[in-house]
Design a protein around this ligand. Sequence first.
Ligand SMILES: Cc1cc2nc3c(=O)[nH]c(=O)nc-3n(C[C@H](O)[C@H](O)[C@H](O)COP(=O)(O)OP(=O)(O)OC[C@H]3O[C@@H](n4cnc5c(N)ncnc54)[C@H](O)[C@@H]3O)c2cc1C
Length: 533
Amino acid sequence: MADYIIAGGGSAGSALAGRLAQSGAKVLVLESGPRDRHPLIHIPAGFVKLLDSKLLYHYVTEAQSHLNGRSPVMPQGNVLGGGGSVNAAIYIRGQRSDYDGWAAAGAAGWAYQDVLPYFRRAEDNDRLADEYHGNGGPLGVSDLRQTSDLTRAFVRAAQEAGIPFTPDFNGARQRGVGFNQTTTRNGRRCSAAVGYLRPALQTGNLEIRTGCLVTRVLFDGDRATGIEYLRNGRLEQAQAAEEVILSAGAVQTPKLLMLSGVGPGAELARHGIAVKHRLDGVGQNLQDHLEFPAIRFCTGRHGYYGEDSFFRAIKNGLQYLLFKSGPVMSNVTEACAFMNVDDPEAEPNIQMHFVPIVFIEGETAPIKRAGATVNPCVLRPESRGEIRLRNADPSVNPLIDPRYLSAAEDMRLSVKGLQLARRILTQPAFAPFVEPTEAFPGAAMQDEEALQSYIRARGKTVYHPVGTCRMGQDDMAVVDPQLRVRGLRNLRVVDNSVMPTLVSGNTNATAIMIGEKASDIILGLRPLPPSNA
Ligand SMILES: Cc1cc2nc3c(=O)[nH]c(=O)nc-3n(C[C@H](O)[C@H](O)[C@H](O)COP(=O)(O)OP(=O)(O)OC[C@H]3O[C@@H](n4cnc5c(N)ncnc54)[C@H](O)[C@@H]3O)c2cc1C
């Protein structure tokens, strides 16, 4: 029998499983998706090609009243390594104040000085070595070896628009424009499955069962004893000697709790599920980043347009295999900018992802042209949504209602972010590459109302749902700062659903940090000494 059963082998679950198995504990990981064998997972440019594949859940959200009633898709990983196996590999941690805010809201022990040592312990950075960055950890973090002409133009154009260059988004200050570091090592993706699970398999302490959809937690009174899961259409069970840990991500972890009778009383009653333990916060507090593109078409062949055409794909593939260079080495989203659109000196409230192709969803026919896309998003949205059950069938996806833009402040900042994105595209650095007239939103869209309607029509997820099993100490908190489900024994949540608030940036590094820190908590080790940085 395993000591620990982990439901979900994604970013946080893999980091946790690896650490627990390395400590000598017997660990069983149950993952709904397949092994991470698909070759496109492991090459940086594979992200765009995988987006529509079966290696992701393509959740459809409820009709969003502030997005013209649209129901945008919210893709999430469904493969060993989770989102970290299929994401754009951008390595960003957020801001000091994100974590200090968590601690102030009741997540004792999760302030920036407490979590920074865990980011560093995870990290194996190929360029940076200082009080903010670690070397020799399981997670490869590397500079891009390939950047496109358009990406370099974006980095210059943002500086021309007044945003200073930064060599590091994860150091003393996040502010600035620069090239992303990525979760890669030697030109290959380093997901938590690659960095943590593969070495841990050598210990003989780790068993991974893929193709297993976890359906509920098993209890003896208030003590979690095991997991029930569906494999090849049959229900099976596994028992844990020590603990059951839910790491199925911010969409599925609250679903699993509710299917196990843990959640808001009325919601469980609605689906005829007996209440094991009432916790009204389960599924609440859903947060996500929403982005909307500013786009200019190119005057010639720039960026990566057409690099996946038959002959070019062969050439690029060979170049990658032989020389580890060329477009296949790119994660496509090669640069970002972080800035505050109200006060340029203040900590950023907007992030921009730059994509050196036309990257737009919702067009009936794909746009077959080279282009430059700047995607702004509000870093700390105030809108709050929820996850509920559609019915009591574990194989049915839950009901997801992010309530994007329901807070007026999110729309105010979105408009300012879009205005700045457009301004960057008009800077001299872009002039040799792009057409003088704007493709999207388009020259006709000028006043505030027009921009709002464009944002409602084009807003899409940045794939960062969090917060649905919030950590804290108040009545709506689902887990305590030790990540124990409040009021129950031997049951924890270790994934992005525990975030009290969304961090100011991409969410994979934080998921891995949560897995790292959880391993020390679960093993009863003293926390790493707080950082002075
Ligand atoms: C397309 C895409 C691009 C992204 N780009 C970036 C980026 O560039 N940088 C960045 O920092 N972040 C990025 N992210 C976000 C980041 O990858 C996620 O925030 C992170 O992976 C979340 O970690 P997690 O452990 O909470 O959940 P996940 O990594 O999603 O792990 C959950 C795991 O549980 C499994 N699972 C779910 N339900 C069940 C069940 N019932 N039974 C068994 N297993 C189950 C899933 O298959 C998955 O493997 C991206 C995400 C996506 C989807």
